[in-house]
Structures are given as structure tokens and as C-alpha cells.
Ligand binder design. Structure first.
Ligand SMILES: OC[C@H]1O[C@H](O[C@H]2O[C@H](CO)[C@@H](O)[C@H](O)[C@H]2O)[C@H](O)[C@@H](O)[C@@H]1O
Length: 595
């Protein structure tokens, strides 16, 4: 059985990521890319779907874990009756091939250790062929080959490999796992000690750019490292989370694949990075966007694969039981074909912000924005699936309309303030018309709140974002009423649900329920701050910080009853919320182009 979601730490090389449990087991790893087929998928089944454990032979979970400095080098320590030992794990910046480097370091006494490696390609489906070539272990199945190099003697049985050895003080025993397409000869494995030094150097150089000066420095900086780890370096694509199908309800079927680049999640990430000094990432992502959406802007998708591929068909890996039995395990994501109106406004807002942050506007970038504005003019009035990607009926979602308003507003400002060419008067007239319509049809005067969609009885936590994009200020009674309604009707133990799935006879077309959405709870902290309830805002933020795991990670949601993290992990949306709200509560405004 896999561990609790908050037991996992992330390793990564900006092309893929691995999850390591407190028991020293890597239970999730897709090679060579985040969205490739997993060769360790124990996370979604059991050890028979592939895992790699390196821990004291006596077993048990690490007594202490930490990342080294501001890197993604994980140090797990066990204190056993025989002595103490540390396992140091990392994925060095990608050279010729992908590597996972693990070094066992003896701290005191003599500690018997055990390594157990079970590689299963294609999400646990394919049993590989294992052989020994010049002292290295070679595991092959179809297109994939993985090599293991270590000075320790290993034994193979039943398509798994194990090793028993003992470490004393000062001993350092390396294990290097290396991936190559199977038609290529083995790449030269990295030297473990050199790789550790290189990885540490990489992360400290990257973090040296950070100019965050607010409170909660450690939490914010760790979140930024995590967000960087969720970028795909070769293209600049930013993924929503490192996993698929970690459930939004334990035992439920709300299980989705997040290993892709959502324009919405990526632009939120970008805003957090831009606000903390990382302009280069904004440039890389804008270039990614321009390549991904090249062609007719009417064909713009709400998400793409990390290299910009458009097709992400959704299917289920029915041989996997799912995390704690939550099935199906989905690969790919059918939301790719949805119409989510907010995305146009979201992207226009982010590109506007990037320009204001000093990123020079290229002609191609403005042409794209102009084309997106043309599209908005023709489609702002269409019902959509909303930012929550509901799989039920398309509706006139209030947040979506507000984001259409925001997109047009940024267009107008680009012309007026940025002296870019465009029909600003026409865009301004439409912007104002949308504002009037939302206030007339999306506001329930009797209940004193904006609603989830026109005529809805339900609420939507995304309504808390309206002041942030400049639609109405927090001083407006309609916003205060909306905040009061969200607090009253959408919270569980103080944490915020995205919406009530059962409202209006079932809005999302899905069975079951889900946990509190962490990003939305950060938005509530911002709202409390915006309405002058500063102490409550800080208290809620501190509660959210307390949900992070021992190495600072947050998944998508929190089950307030089971008191566990749920949903995919680590989730960019949640880590972004932490950065933005920390900035906000420290006195820095949350920047969208509204201010
Ligand atoms: O609620 C059903 C939908 O859930 C997923 O979407 C959520 O994750 C996305 C990635 O972080 C995020 O952009 C979106 O706002 C969230 O609602 C899933 O990806 C969808 O397929 C599913 O319909």
C-alpha cells in the first residue's frame, strides 16, 4: 500500500519528477518526461507496479527529512538501534540522460541497509528483461531501458533486484539509476558526488535571483523551488502537478491527470514567479505559449502537453487499483477539448503583467493578444465549462464572464498605456457592457451575493478573485456580501470548497464529493485581508502553512474530516496560492494587471 500523500517528497530535474516516501521508497517516476509512462507506479497500486526502496533493513520511516538548503536534494535520516544513517536523493540537472542519484551515508554505528528495485514499465503493465552488462544492471522493455550502477553486490530474483549491505560512520555508498531509449548504448553514468554538488549549485544559482522580501521567507522560497521543479526546461512549459489520479476524495472517482500545461495554472504560476524576480521564466513561458498556440487563435486550447502537443486523449489504466483503491486511474485529460472562457482573460492579464514587469512586447506576442481579443469579442457570450472544468452542462459562469471583462480591459490598457495598435474604444464599450451584464445577471440581490452562474442558487470560490482582477473593489457591498456567503456556505472547518457539487441539481456532472481546495482557501485569506480582517487573514494563512508536509509541499486539496492532503501533488495552484498570499499579507499587492 502506498503512503499518505503528505508522506511524499519531490525530486526532479526539470524534465520529470519522482516521489519518495518517508520509508525511502520511490513510488512514482515517469521517464524521460513528466508525462511519460511511469516505471515506478506503486503510488497508484502497490509495489508490484514498480518502486525503488533504499532504507535500513529493519524498515520503518525516516525520523527526519529535509531538503539540503534551497535545493531539491532530499536528505532522509533514520536512527536505528544499530546506528544512524542518511539517504541523500536527487535528480541532477539533465545531461545526456536522466539519472536518479542516491547516496547512503553512514552517520554512526553500523547500520544494515537493504535496497529493493522493481522496475515495471508502462505504468506497471510491462515486466522488463533484466540482465547484467559489464557489472551494471540493465533493464529493458520495448523503447525503454534503465541501468543501475552501484559498487554494492546486487542479487536478482523474479524480475526484481535487491542488495544487503552495512554502512559505518563516513561510508558513502552510491546508487545511480539512468534512463536511455533502449536502442542507444548506455550513457556514461554521472559520478554521484559530482552530481550532488552540481545539483546544489544549480538550485542555489537559480534561487539567487529571488527578490522576495516579505514574511514567511522559508515557506515562500520552498514554494518557488517547487514551482520551478514543475517547469519543463526544454520548452518552458509549466505543469499543474507531478502526478495523475491522486484522488480528490479517498475512494472516489474524481481522479485526473495533471501532468500537462494548463494555460490558467501556468499563468497563475507565472504571476507568482514574476512577482518574486523570475523574469526569465516569464520569457520562456511566453515563447512556449507563442509556439503552442501558433495558428488560428480560435483553436486555442485550455491545455497542452509540455512540448505544446495538442492531443491529450484520456484513457484509464484499468490494471491499476488506484491510490488507496480510488479508481479509475486516468491518463490524459478530456478537459483539453473544453471551452473555458476564463483562459483568454487569464492569458491576456498575464501577458500584460509580463509587459509591465519589463518583458519587451514582441510583434508576434501582440498579434497573438490582438487575435485573442478578436476571439473574445465573438465568444464572450457563449456558455462555457468554467475554470473548474465542469463536465456537466455549459453555463454562463460569472467568473468566466468576469475574466472576459479582464481580457478586454487589458487590451484597452495595452493600447492606451502601451501604445500598441488596436480598436480600444470598441473593446472598452464591450468591456463595460459585460460589466453591466454580470452585475445584472450574476448578482442575486436577495441573497446579497454574486452567484456561480447566471440564475444559479450555488456559489463559487472563484468569485473571491473579482477584486483581484479589478472588477469591483472589496469596499463594494456586493463583494462583501459575496465574501460573507462564501464563508457561510462554502467552508468546512474554515477551509474553502470550490463550489457545492450538489447545488443546482449537480453542476459538474460527476459523482461523489471532494475536499477543500487549497488555492481557494488562500483566496479567502486574501479576501479577509482585503476587507480589513488582517488578523483573521494571518490566522487562516498560518493554518494553511501548517498543512504543508515536512518538506513544504501541498497537494491540491485537504480532507477536513480525515485531516489529510488529497489530490495531485505537489500542485502548482496550491504553491502559487502560498506565494501570492504571503506577499499580500506582507504588504505587497497581488499583481494582476488590475492595479
Ligand atoms: O473538477 C473536474 C475537473 O478537475 C480537474 O480540473 C482541475 O484541475 C486543473 C489543473 O490544476 C485546474 O486547471 C482546474 O481549475 C481544476 O478544476 C481535471 O483536470 C478536469 O479534467 C476535470 O474535469
Amino acid at each position: 500500500m502506498s503512503a499518505e500523500i503528505e508522506d511524499y517528497a519531490l525530486l526532479g530535474d526539470l524534465q520529470t519528477g519522482a516521489l519518495v516516501g518517508r520509508d525511502g521508497s520511490i513510488d512514482w517516476l515517469c521517464l524521460p518526461r513528466f508525462d511519460s509512462r511511469a516505471c515506478f507506479a506503486a503510488l497508484l497500486h502497490d509495489e508490484s507496479a514498480g518502486h525503488w526502496r533504499l532504507a535500513p533493513a529493519a524498515g520503518g520511516t525516516a525520523h527526519r527529512r529535509q531538503y539540503r538548503g534551497e535545493s531539491l536534494i532530499l536528505e532522509s535520516e533514520w536512527h536505528t538501534p544499530e546506528g544512524s544513517v542518511r539517504v541523500i536523493d536527487c535528480m541532477p540537472p539533465r545531461g545526456e540522460a536522466a539519472d536518479v542519484v542516491r547516496v547512503v551515508e553512514g552517520l554512526s554505528g553500523r547500520v544494515p541497509m537493504r535496497m529493493h528495485l522493481r522496475l515495471r514499465f508502462d505504468y506497471g503493465h510491462i515486466l522488463p528483461w533484466v540482465s547484467r552488462i559489464e557489472g551494471d544492471l540493465n533493464t529493458v522493455a520495448g523503447p525503454d531501458a534503465v541501468w543501475l550502477r552501484t559498487p554494492v553486490a546486487t542479487q536478482g530474483s523474479g524480475n526484481e533486484t535487491s542488495a544487503e549491505f552495512t554502512v559505518g560512520p563516513g561510508d558513502r555508498v552510491p546508487f545511480i539509476l539512468l534512463y536511455q531509449p533502449s536502442h542507444l548504448p548506455s550513457a556514461e553514468p554521472v559520478d554521484a558526488e559530482w552530481a550532488l554538488a552540481d545539483t546544489e549549485r544549480f538550485w542555489s544559482t537559480w534561487m539567487s535571483v529571488c527578490d522576495y522580501r516579505g514574511h514567511w521567507q522559508d515557506a515562500v522560497r520552498r514554494s518557488l523551488v517547487t514551482l520551478k521543479a514543475l517547469t519543463y526546461a526544454p520548452t518552458g512549459g509549466i505543469l499543474a502537478a507531478a502526478t495523475t489520479s491522486l484522488p480528490e476524495q479517498i475512494g472516489g472517482e474524481r481522479n485526473w491527470d495533471y501532468r500537462y500545461c494548463w494555460l490558467r495554472d501556468a499563468t497563475f504560476t507565472l504571476q507568482a514567479l514574476l512577482d518574486t524576480g523570475f523574469i526569465e521564466e516569464a520569457y520562456e513561458w511566453r515563447e512556449w505559449l507563442l509556439r503552442a498556440v501558433a495558428g488560428d487563435p480560435a483553436d486555442l486550447q485550455i491545455m497542452y502537453a509540455l512540448d505544446g502537443t495538442r492531443r491529450i486523449p484520456e484513457w484509464t489504466a484499468d490494471w491499476l487499483e488506484g491510490y488507496e483503491g480510488a479508481s479509475p486511474v486516468r491518463i490524459g485529460n478530456a478537459a483539453v477539448d473544453q471551452f473555458q472562457l476564463d483562459v483568454w482573460g487569464q492569458v491576456l492579464d498575464s501577458l500584460h503583467l509580463a509587459r509591465e514587469s519589463g518583458l519587451a512586447m514582441s510583434e508576434t506576442a501582440w498579434n497573438l493578444q490582438h487575435a485573442m481579443l478578436d476571439f473574445l469579442e465573438g465568444h464572450w457570450n457563449d456558455p462555457d465549462n468554467s475554470l473548474w472544468e465542469v463536465r456537466g452542462e455549459r453555463r454562463h459562469f460569472v467568473h468566466s464572464k468576469v475574466m472576459a471583462w479582464a481580457g478586454l480591459d487589458r487590451g484597452v490598457r495595452a493600447v492606451h498605456e502601451g501604445r500598441l495598435p488596436g480598436p480600444a474604444d470598441r473593446w472598452a464599450a464591450l468591456r463595460d457592457r459585460i460589466h453591466d451584464e454580470v452585475c445584472a445577471k450574476g448578482y442575486d440581490a436577495e441573497r446579497g451575493t454574486f452567484t456561480q452562474f447566471y440564475g444559479s442558487q450555488g456559489l463559487d470560490a472563484a468569485l473571491l478573485l473579482l477584486p483581484r482582477v479589478g472588477f469591483l473593489p472589496w469596499s463594494d457591498p456586493r463583494m462583501r456580501g459575496t465574501l460573507a456567503a462564501v464563508e457561510r456556505e462554502l467552508t468546512e472547518d474554515g477551509f474553502v470548497l470550490r463550489y457545492r457539487p450538489e447545488a443546482d441539481g449537480g453542476v459538474d456532472g460527476l459523482p461523489g464529493t471532494e475536499g477543500a481546495f487549497l488555492a481557494c482557501t488562500f483566496w479567502l485569506a486574501d479576501a479577509l485581508h482585503g476587507t480589513g480582517r488582517v488578523a483573521e487573514a494571518k490566522a487562516l494563512f498560518e493554518r494553511l502553512l501548517a498543512l504543508r508536509n515536512d518538506v513544504g509541499l501541498l497537494s491540491e486539496e485537504y480532507d477536513t474530516r480525515l485531516k489529510r492532503q488529497i489530490g495531485n501533488t505537489p500542485q502548482a495552484f496550491s504553491m502559487v496560492g502560498l506565494v501570492n498570499t504571503a506577499r499580500n499579507l506582507s504588504g505587497g499587492e497581488i499583481r494582476t494587471a488590475a492595479e
